[in-house]
Design a protein around this ligand. Structure first.
Ligand SMILES: C[S@@+](CC[C@H](N)C(=O)[O-])C[C@H]1O[C@@H](n2cnc3c(N)ncnc32)[C@H](O)[C@@H]1O
Length: 271
């Protein structure tokens, strides 16, 4: 367990700072350890696509396996994310630790899915859709389904709280969308994870696992999503998408404090 926590700590150190306006809110480290083991077991020997991954579960899964801390894991992992900083964090870590099975692709999920569409499974922890009844979740889920040619499995990480109304509406709408796409709910693992979320520190998320029905086929060709009703409140109330990609400003000193963050009050000169 100590080796696993320290490995996840390496990954956390490599993560870019979250951009709250795009609902980047990172999972707490203890929950990342358990979630990574669970994802590695679920996707053992399979090809796995991440539709967005600020949390960096993809890196943890590949790293824990490579280091021999767990002896199972996916055969290939590709992260599709619109934030270049997150894609670079994946590439930087994969290069440094020689994680040959891990790579990233800069992609906005409003655009057509770039392919390939023969992944065995997908994972997404999307914007949770509190202000759009989960429509934003369904956009990410749709891209995940496309990644598997509508024939694979998906793990969807969304808010789960029995006291609040909106997470229940969101969960119902995701399941409705899954059923309408000929997927069914295999299992739901309730209230597992906590986040660095100042205004709701106790809000938990669940894993909702879905699977395409045998013989399921893609309904139509992948298309961009441009329906204003689907996009209104995508990242929260009044926050429709306006950014295609988050562009990274390159830094050499990744993981270290930047000069703008501090100044020095000097010691008196020694006489
Ligand atoms: C929205 S956050 C959800 C919270 C999650 N715990 C996290 O921080 O990763 C999930 C990921 O989706 C990515 N994302 C947001 N909007 C996107 C878009 N339009 N296309 C692709 N990825 C997007 C973010 O960069 C982030 O990595």
């Amino acid at each position: 367990m100590k080796a696993a926590i320290n490995a996840v700590s390496d990954v956390v150190q490599n993560r870019p700072r979250p951009l709250r306006e795009f609902d980047q809110i990172y999972m707490k480290s203890g929950d990342m350890v358990l979630q990574s083991e669970l994802v590695a077991r679920w996707a053992d020997g399979k090809r796995l696509a991440f539709i967005g991954d600020g949390d960096a579960i993809s890196i943890c899964v590949a790293y824990l396996h490579k280091r021999g801390i767990i002896d199972y894991g996916p055969s290939e992992i590709v992260v599709f994310d619109f934030d270049q900083r997150i894609c670079s964090a994946v590439t930087r870590f994969a290069d440094k630790e020689q994680l040959d099975i891990l790579r990233s692709h800069n992609y906005n999920c409003l655009d057509k899915f770039p392919g390939p569409t023969d992944f065995d499974c997908f994972y997404t922890n999307p914007p949770w859709g509190a202000s759009n009844d989960g429509e934003s979740v369904n956009v990410f889920v749709q891209r995940g389904m496309e990644a598997t040619g509508y024939a694979g499995e998906g793990m969807i990480v969304v808010a789960d709280d029995a006291e609040l109304e909106w997470p229940q509406r969101v969960l119902a709408n995701i399941q409705r969308f899954a059923l309408s796409s000929n997927f069914f709910v295999q299992k739901m693992m309730s209230m597992l994870h906590l986040y660095h979320l100042d205004d709701a520190p106790d809000l938990k998320s669940c894993n909702l696992v879905i699977k395409g029905l045998p013989g399921n086929k893609p309904p139509s060709e992948s298309a961009p999503i441009a329906d204003p009703q689907r996009l209104a409140n995508f990242y929260g109330k009044g926050l429709a998408p306006r950014v295609k990609y988050v562009i990274e400003k390159k830094r050499l000193d990744y993981g270290k404090a930047q000069e703008g963050e501090y100044s020095f009050e000097l010691l008196e000169p020694i006489k």
